[in-house]
Design a protein around this ligand. Structure first.
Ligand code: GH3
Ligand code: MG
Length: 327
């Protein structure tokens, strides 16, 4: 989990002894937003709810030891990056080795020395900040500021698995700018870049649900991953996107479609056990990829949306086409 740049650092202190919590809290009080948990179960709930940037963790607690807490967090891919610093009276080599082997970044002995705690917390918070920056750089498209292809691939795979578990529909939109080569040829590559930025912002403005992802799929092509969304709703959203780009009234004197920039869209769905009876729209039902077929299934979903896009282009562009069965 990565925090927004410039937000204050969030540090979780976990200890069953309120005295130690008070002491540690006082030592690092100026480091950001400090909050506490007095048991392992409470700590795990807080990690999920408040997504701390760093955790100071007592090794010995009655219900669940710090080692168990650490192991649980490191097993969860969403929270595995959380830097955990053990704070323990057990300064033997065995405890320290165990903590580090479980994925902790540091081990501080009790009673805690204020300068040592401050120095170590500062170092690991700085590292966490840089890791977050790198994650952001690795997942954002440099030109448009929306998610990049890498992010799209990861999200689609995660959502595909979730869809198969939850049996809720998953929709995919592929969006392509019409006659964009001609746009570049006519207005120049820099104007083309600006046009892509403007279109990306307009498309992003159409998405409001937290799970939806808009990404630059490549060149002048965008993609939207829409989890738990019916094909009817995806079709409405696709049409809203088409209209949002039309409403920009960006001149395109070289376009064959009209005098303004337009987009074509293909929509497809994966719907396992949740097909809408009487729907006018064709629905693709793939095999459940809990088996090894995950990548094949994702490829088929993309191919189905791509087929819709191809038909939208062939039918005259500036339109939405819902994909026929890809199975
Ligand atoms: P169609 O309506 O069939 O999609 O035609 P098109 O011209 O849009 O499609 P084509 O694939 O022939 O051309 C895509 C163009 O998009 C060519 C390429 O130079 C341009 N393009 C791709 N990425 C970028 C970019 O990052 N910036 C700019 N300015 N142009 C780009
Ligand atoms: Mg194009």
């Amino acid at each position: 989990m990565h925090k927004k740049p410039d937000a204050p650092a969030r540090v979780l202190i976990v200890d069953d002894d309120p005295g130690t919590i008070r002491l540690l809290g006082k030592i690092i009080e100026d480091f950001g937003d400090i909050f506490f948990a007095t048991s392992g179960a409470e700590a795990l709930a807080m990690v999920r709810e408040r997504q701390p940037d760093l955790m100071l963790l007592d090794a010995e607690m009655p219900d669940m030891t710090g080692f168990e807490v650490c192991e649980t967090i490191k097993r969860d891919p969403i929270f595995a990056d959380l830097p955990i610093l053990f704070v323990s009276a057990h300064t033997d080599m065995e405890s320290e080795t165990k903590a580090l082997e479980l994925g902790a970044v540091d081990f501080i002995s009790k009673p805690p020395s204020p300068p040592v705690v401050r120095a170590r917390v500062r170092t690991h918070l700085n590292l966490k900040l840089r890791t977050d920056q790198l994650h952001r750089l690795a997942s954002v498209d440099g030109l448009t500021g929306i998610a990049n292809r890498r992010s799209f691939d990861t999200t689609l795979e995660e959502e595909w698995r979730r869809t198969c578990r939850a049996k809720t529909p998953l929709c995919l939109l592929l969006i392509d700018v019409d006659h964009f080569k001609r746009y570049n040829d006519h207005y120049g590559h820099q104007a083309g870049d600006q046009c892509l930025r403007t279109i990306a912002a307009a498309l992003a403005g159409c998405l409001h649900r937290p799970g939806d992802l808009l990404a630059r799929y490549g060149g002048e092509e965008f993609a939207a991953v829409l989890p738990a969304c019916s094909l009817d709703d995806a079709a409405k959203l696709a049409e809203k996107m088409r209209q949002a780009v039309a409403a920009l009234h960006l001149p395109h004197a070289a376009s064959e479609t009209g005098a303004e920039v337009s987009i074509s869209l293909g929509a497809a769905t994966l719907s396992l056990g949740c097909q809408t009876k009487g729907s006018d729209y064709p629905t693709w039902s793939g095999a459940c990829p809990d088996s090894q077929d995950c990548h094949g299934g994702i490829a088929a979903l993309i191919a189905a949306a791509d087929a819709g896009l191809y038909r939208a282009k062939a039918a005259g562009r500036n339109r939405v086409v819902l994909a026929a069965s890809a199975a």
